[in-house]
Design a protein around this ligand. Structure first.
Ligand code: SME
Length: 151
């Protein structure tokens, strides 16, 4: 499915007043995992500023042990402090990386800003090597902007 069609589907999910915000996030994870071949795990983590930790709120894909990640640890924890997109074409080339599954080859993490504050992130793992394009990055920035509006 094209990213343009996917955007339409994301908007439909977010505008559905029958669903809670958490349910909407779950449906977005499921949609992205199902429709994009190179997305094998999709999740949203949110920050606890007091504890300086990220907490997994919702995901599609295999269950992970890493439901709480300290700021600074792994790709996710680094994005919590850098406020920048992090595209990892090959996870084996990263020292500060938390492995969730031996199948994962690459990862993309995009921060989610609400009123200018980095409150969480979308995290996507892929079982393919170097699959993420500029188009993925722009699409996921857009997804997070839409999600921020319902939080
Ligand atoms: N690989 C991530 C940990 C989260 S899992 O991908 C679900 C990291 O290095 O932060």
């Amino acid at each position: 499915m094209s990213y343009s069609l996917l955007k339409d589907k994301v908007v439909v999910i977010l505008n559905n007043s029958d669903h809670t915000p958490d349910k909407k996030l779950t449906l977005i994870c499921e949609l992205l995992k199902q429709e994009v071949d190179h997305y094998d795990w999709v999740g949203f983590y949110f920050a606890n500023e007091e504890k300086q930790t990220l907490h997994l709120k919702t995901f599609a894909g295999k269950a992970t042990d890493h439901t709480v990640i300290p700021f600074g640890k792994g790709i996710c924890g680094q994005v919590a402090v850098s406020n920048s997109n992090f595209v990892v074409p090959d996870v084996k080339a990263q020292d500060n990386y938390i492995a969730c599954s031996i199948d994962v080859r690459s990862e993309i993490v995009i921060p989610l800003f609400k009123n200018g504050t980095n409150i969480g992130q979308i995290d996507i793992d892929s079982n393919s090597l170097d699959p993420f394009s500029q188009e993925d990055e722009e699409f996921l920035v857009w997804v997070n902007e839409q999600v921020a509006d319902i939080l």
